[in-house]
Write a protein that binds this ligand. Sequence first.
Ligand code: NAG
Length: 152
Amino acid sequence: MERHLSTVILLLSLCSIDVKADDVPADVKPGYEKFLRQHVYVDMTEKRCSSEMRERHITEGQTNNDCKKVNTFITAHKQELRKVCNGAGQSYEGSADKYVSNQPFPLVTCKLQSGDRYPNCEYRGTKSTRYIVLACNKTWPTHYDGDIIVTN
Ligand SMILES: *[C@@H]1O[C@H](CO)[C@@H](O)[C@H](O)[C@H]1NC(C)=O
């Protein structure tokens, strides 16, 4: 009985840890999910620009279907990007909500080659490795704010 109870308690505490790990506050969730959809894909390659832009329906504005001119994908897991907001980044240029990553990240930048309107947008992708700047809200990334060329 004693043993059974401690097993139950252990399972319950494991569950709550698991829930907390992805417990995005309700008001931040739409921005966080949009950020993931537009900018995060661990398996991204230069060749996948046109298909990912189409599949994820990434366009210039919310209400029109103009092809977006440039979009950057960060080739990393979302957990790594959250860390930039939460320990693995520094406040950027004194801004309250912008953080620059302590480490460079591999990126794929997709640039529009031809087409005007979704879904007829053709992209060319280029790879680079750069420090990234994210806007964060309550420790969650909500915007990709650009990248900084690695110089050394
Ligand atoms: C965080 O997100 C909420 C909800 O969208 C917004 O009202 C608030 O201004 C944001 N805070 C920052 C620092 O961007």
